[in-house]
Every structure is written in structure tokens, then in C-alpha cells.
Design a protein around this ligand. Sequence first.
Ligand code: TSX
Ligand code: MN
Length: 593
Amino acid sequence: MASQLESLNRWVDEVARLTEPDAIHWCDGSDEEYRALIEQMQRDGTLIPLNPKTHPNCWLHRSHPSDVARVEHLTLVCTSDPADAGPNNHWMAPADAHAKIDALFAGCMKGRTLYVVPYCMGPIDSPISRCGVEITDSPYVVANMRIMTRMGAPALARIEREGTFVKGLHSIGELDPDKRFIMHFPEELSIKSIGSGYGGNALLGKKCHALRIGSYQARSEGWLAEHMLIVGIQNPQGETHYVAAAFPSACGKTNLAMLIPPEGYREAGWKVWTIGDDICWMTPGEDGRLWAINPEAGFFGVAPGTSASTNPNAMATIARDTIFTNVALTADDQPWWEGLPGTPVTDWQGRPYDPANGPAAHPNARFTVSARQCPTWSEQAEAAQGVPISAIVFGGRRPSLVPLVFEARDWAHGVLVGAAMGSETTAAATGAVGVLRRDSMAMKPFCGYNYGDYFAHWLSFDQPGARLPKIFHVNWFRKGEDGKFVWPGFGDNLRVLEWIIGRCSGAAGATETPIGFLPGTDDLNLAGLELDARALATLFEVDAAAWAAEVADIGRYLDSFGDRLPERLRDEQQRVAAALAQADAPAREAAAG
Ligand code: TSX
Ligand code: MN
């Protein structure tokens, strides 16, 4: 049952000769195929059925305990010239990388089935979409790819028509961390991954294709492959503005993508629509605007912290037809994780729950679910032309210094704001707490080429005739002197989004500061919130002296990209530094008496 595309058949033959599977299965993406895969995995223990009354058609998968997350030190970008991978990537010469990983692939599928998984990233009829084929020996990966991408016959038909596709080869191998690699060959549009069954390492359409290979392709083809959610904000007049937003991990991207408006906003007729929660492909349209698609078809979300109070839409989405990975179980086989009511009896490794062993669910436990089940899923998420982006939002966890929201003065300033973004660390497990880690555009682990070249690519969109989105920075995590969060966050973030789209349409006012435009006291709707004067001062202050130190630190960060850093970005950093020095001068003169 091979394909009509010779180059695809040849590659599958080649891989089969190397990996020696017992059988080859070409996936058609049908419901019957999915059901058969699930049944087979239930029989062999890969999937455990969950309570069919509370969670119909839901399954638990327990990964190998040493295979629970992406592994950055084993994730390589293999370009001919190491400088093209850049200081933001681990590099290996392509020939060495192929030799090393092919030795691990030799005979690795003996006794197993090789699945050929054709998939399309994005709506099947969209010119912005791109296709790939993943070969894998993991039925768990096939089932997840069925949920996360447009997988099967329609994708194969498009691949046969276009003749080009990203080649992804995956095997769980021995699940040995010492024999684990995730290798990218952007010059060959190919990916090879072995030794892990975990999402980001094994579902090759997501981080490997849609971000690492995608960003490399996007640069040569003039578009952007970004680590961003896409959300539609519908106002009471019925107009919808689309916002793309990038945050480092643990900032609540999925929660923002599924936001529920505060009561007053709901009553007034505001609605929030979900287009995507993780990845955004943007391309300039004939009208000069950036048009975006979500290349994914599902959510691969972090379970812990997801609850009826933080994200009711996600809870509704995962009530049926969901694969849970590394969650805990209640006495009646419901999935459980930290943040939910109820009591865990079995932990993520299948042991009787004992707090001495750590959390019941793994902190990186996941749900895989079709996006169509989300109550706020937008029909525009299936639109071939994508949605026009009005605003790009960057953010991070910044307990001090950074105000609730500010607007970049122009595109180049916005690119600097994105390059400088980052979060202060929270989890003690990752080392020092309260250290600022910069993560430009939230792409540090996902940009498939040199960050210096990536900043230059971003800057290149500023051309005559372009009608680019305005760029903003938000911080939901500012703390007061008492150490408590000042901003209520969650649904109330819509107040900030209203100002943002008001700035885009010209309706909202602002005050200019050295770091950009901030809302004045009357520009943001804070009705119904109990924020005292101290809280407001904290949320909207711009401390010029402290910001001067921050911008100097941004300068040192930019230095780390050496001669690949575009001069325009350095100029922009110097411009902001000068504006801050000028703003701070009167203060210093006054202090000097
Ligand atoms: O997701 C979050 N968002 C975005 C929501 C649309 N979280 C959770 C982050 C962990 C993934 C937030 N946490 C947000 C937020 O806006 N803000 C905060 C900080 C915060 C936490 C708890 C409260 C308030 C702020 N609770 C009370 O005020 C009662
Ligand atoms: Mn992500």
C-alpha cells in the first residue's frame, strides 16, 4: 500500500532496510484505524482505560520514568556551518550526526511495526500549511499525531501533489537516556529522533517540524514560525481582533488562549475565541498585514495547575476523547493532578500515592486532545487564508521592574522587546530561584538557526507597504512589597487585551515613556477591580534608574550573539538607553542637590 510518490516510497524502503521492522503500516487517519490502535495499546498495557462514566474514551499512558520531558542537551541542529546553528543551539556536523544516529537505528524496529504517518501542519487547503511524513515504531506517537495534526489520506494526497515534505524518522529505541538524540537537518528538511517517546521529542510535527525546521524554512521563504498562541477578541460591536502572544514556559499560555471574560465584559457582549495555544505561522498577505494559522489540530497541554478556576474551557475540552500522560489516578480511575479537587490514590508511576515520593502527577504530565472539543474553538482556525494579526504580545514572569503592559514605539523597538524577554525562575528544581533567564520570543529551545540571523529576519518585515501588527509586552506576575501578586490575572487580563486592541484601532490613549507607551490612569478599564493606589503605582511605574540597569543588561545579552547581531537591534538598545539616561538625569541632579 505504498504511495504514488516515488521519493516517499524510496525513503520508506531505505528506512525499513535500516530498521528491519516486522511490518509496515501506512496510516490513513480513519476512525477505525485510531480505534484499532487504541485497542491494541489497551491489550499490551500501553494505555489504561479511565473511568468511562466521568471520562468517556479517555486513556492514561505512563511513560518510562526517565522519559518525561524534552532533552535540550540531546537536541541538535546539524547545519554544514556551526555558525548557522548559532550559540542558541547544540550543533553536530551533518555527516557525523547521521553516522551516530543511524548506528542506533540499525535493526531497532525488529519485532515491531513501522508506521508511516503523513501529516499536514495547518488546514489541509491552506497555502500557509506545510506537510511532513513521520516514520515511527510507537503506536502512542501515531495516536497522538492523529489528534495533534491533520493526519492520514488527505495529507498524503497533498504530499503527492506537492512532491515535497519534511522527513521525520522516529524510534523509541531502547528508551536509554544515553542512546537518545533529537537531530535536525534543516538543509535537508529532515529530522531523526531516537530513544524517547515523550511529546516534544517524538511527535515530530510539533516542536521539531513546526518550530525548528519551520523557522529555518520561514527565514528563507519570508514568513515567521513562532512559539505563540493565537486568540480572537470579539467586542460588543461584533468585530474580532486577533492577537498572537509568546511567553516562556509556566506563564499560562493555554489559559490565555482559552480566557473567559470577567462578568461585566460577558454581559456587555465580549467573546474570546481560541485559534491556537502554542504555535503560530505568520505570512505577509497582499494587503501588507500578517496572516496567521495555527499549524496544529490539538492541544498537548500541561495538566498540573489546570482546573475549573484557572481554565474551565480546558476542563470542558478534556472531559472526553483525551489521552493523559503521567497523571495520577483517584480511587475510581479518574485522572488527577495537583490543583484539582479530590484525592490521588495512584501516582504517575503507578505506585500507591505517598507524598514522600513527590507530587502524585508528574509536573510535566500532559493531556492530548482535539482542539475541536474546546468550547471557544473558532471556526476561523480552519480558514485557509488564516486570520489577520492586529497585535503581537510578548511577556514573562517579572516579579519586579516590568509594568503590567507597555507598547513598543515601532517594529524595531518591538523586536528588541521580544529579544529581551524572559522570566525569573520559580521552580527550585532548575537551580537558583529568582534569576532572570532571557528567552528571546520564547524561541530559545526552538529556533532552528542562529538567533542573530533570526533577529535580522524579524527586522526585515519592516518594509514599505507593510501593515505590521503593533508589538506589546505584558507582565501578569508583578509582586508588591508584601510578596503577593498585584494583578488578579486570568479573565481580568481581557482588560489589558482591550487596551491593546484599542491601541491598534486608534481608540485607546497612552502616555509616552522611555520604555514605550503605557496606558494612562483612564485608558484601562479597571471597573470592578479592587486595586488601591499603591497597587496601581506598582503596576504602572517606570523606574528610570532601574530600567537603565535592565537595558544595560540587555546590551550584554545582545553582545553574546557577536557579529551575527544586526546593527539595527544594537542601535535600538542604545536609543532606549539614551532615553532612560535623559529621563533619569533630572532625578540624579535633584539627588545631588
Ligand atoms: O495562567 C495564568 N495567567 C494567565 C491567564 C489567562 N496564571 C497561572 C500561571 C501558571 C501556569 C497566572 N498566575 C496568572 C495569569 O494571568 N496570574 C497569576 C498570578 C496569580 C495567581 C493567583 C492569584 C492571582 C494572581 N489569585 C488570587 O488573586 C486569588
Ligand atoms: Mn510550547
